[in-house]
Write a protein that binds this ligand. Sequence first.
Ligand SMILES: [Zn+2]
Ligand SMILES: [Zn+2]
Length: 158
Amino acid sequence: MKSYEYVKDEKSSRTRKSWDDYFMNLAELAAKRSTCDRAHVGAIVVNQDHRIVATGYNGSVGRKTPHCSDVGHAMREGHCIATQHAELNCISYCAKEGIPMGGCVIYVTHFPCLNCTKALIQSGITKIYYKEAYRVDDFALHLLDINGIDYIRVEPED
Ligand SMILES: [Zn+2]
Ligand SMILES: [Zn+2]
């Protein structure tokens, strides 16, 4: 005779978060670490096993550069040039640690800029999930379309 029995709780399956909500919520959480308040952006790189391989947010590079939130923005032609974007911070981390990004997907709170889009394409990312369609660059869309990389809007529940 078995020492156990299966008891199904109807509520638990209904309240379970989807992968998209889960990862986008985590990207929103990463964005809260951003030190350049010109754009609070967070990103999460996820592999095919639904494992997180990198997280990133907008902030200064290296260990010694002061943060915009401490010393102010280094402005040139209307842009803060001190900050590295969340997506590039993910890519840099993977490069440093030798983590392959080919076949991974990225969850970003804001649609990537043109530079980040190019870097993401080169890194082997297959899909971009974003929440805010903020300043969507039409050339970035063009590059994603040519290269068959999907970009999908996600509006997560809390
Ligand atoms: Zn800044
Ligand atoms: Zn960018």
